[in-house]
Write a protein that binds this ligand. Structure first.
Ligand SMILES: NC(=O)c1ccc[n+]([C@@H]2O[C@H](COP(=O)([O-])OP(=O)(O)OC[C@H]3O[C@@H](n4cnc5c(N)ncnc54)[C@H](OP(=O)(O)O)[C@@H]3O)[C@@H](O)[C@H]2O)c1
Length: 235
């Protein structure tokens, strides 16, 4: 059987949120497969063979400028998310809710809008939600609502932007700086505690998740999908 997966060699891949955590790992994995990779974040931290452009995803003019400089985009990945808490309704603050939505949902939508003139007809767009989109409980209000909205938006865009493909990767608990400084006692303890509650007995790594973004990018028949990578956390 012939291999139908799309080659990433010399393909332009842009990762918004690629300066840290999951996005950085996706960027590095794509670069290892021969892609020309640009990461965008408020900081311009790049890895080996990766170009970095500083832009805030809530600043449409800055994004438009970044995309104009990059030119044609073959694959767009969106992982940017604000580090917000898990408020219950009584603790919910408008500023925190607005920040979370401005970065992850509105930021993604306006970034895709700004990228549209440069997105190749065979492009893929991969957004990021999170397990709480379909797991509910006290403290989940903000993230459940936000991530469910991202999934709904992506499915709609998969139809609107066809033949371009639009997918979502929905991570469970992944050990990144979202959970605190590397090596911090509280982060290590939280990862161990949460890992014990999962069927696989551990939390995820950025590498676990990056593989799934690569699947969404390289498999030309994956479209409108929400790809769960959560060690069984949804069960
Ligand atoms: N880690 C988990 O357990 C987990 C679970 C479920 C879902 N997720 C989702 O996965 C995504 C990535 O999470 P992560 O763990 O990799 O977090 P992270 O390490 O905090 O990375 C977040 C990324 O977003 C960028 N970012 C934040 N605000 C931005 C802004 N206003 N404009 C541009 N870029 C911005 C950051 O770059 P700069 O700081 O350079 O701006 C960084 O590159 C997020 O959407 C998160 O909600 C993560």
């Amino acid at each position: 059987m012939s291999d139908t997966s799309l080659s990433l060699k010399q393909q332009q891949v842009v990762v918004i949120g690629g300066t840290s955590g999951i996005g950085l790992e996706v960027a590095q994995a794509a670069a290892r497969r021969g892609a020309i990779v640009t990461v965008i974040g408020r900081s311009a931290k790049a890895g080996d063979n990766i170009r970095a452009v500083a832009a805030d995803v809530t600043d449409s003019a800055a994004l438009a400028k970044a995309f104009a400089a990059i030119g044609k985009i073959d694959h767009l990945v969106l992982t940017a998310g604000a580090r917000v808490g898990s408020p219950r309704l009584t603790e919910l603050k408008r500023e925190e809710l607005e920040l979370a939505f401005n970065v992850k949902l509105f930021g993604a939508l306006f970034a895709i809008q700004a990228a549209l003139p440069y997105l190749s007809p065979t492009a893929s767009v991969t957004l990021t939600s999170g397990l709480l989109s379909r797991k509910f409980g006290p403290g989940g209000l903000l993230k459940s609502t936000l991530n469910a909205a991202v999934e709904a938006a992506a499915k709609n865009l998969a139809k609107e932007l066809a033949p371009r493909r639009v997918n979502v990767v929905s991570p469970g608990v992944i050990d990144t700086e979202l959970w605190g400084e590397t090596g911090a006692e509280s982060r290590v303890a939280a990862m161990a505690r949460i890992g014990q509650t999962l069927p696989v007995g551990r939390v995820g790594t950025p590498q676990d998740v990056a593989q799934v973004y690569l699947l969404a990018i390289e498999n030309g028949f994956v479209n409108g999908a929400v790809l769960d990578v959560e060690g069984g956390g949804l069960l």
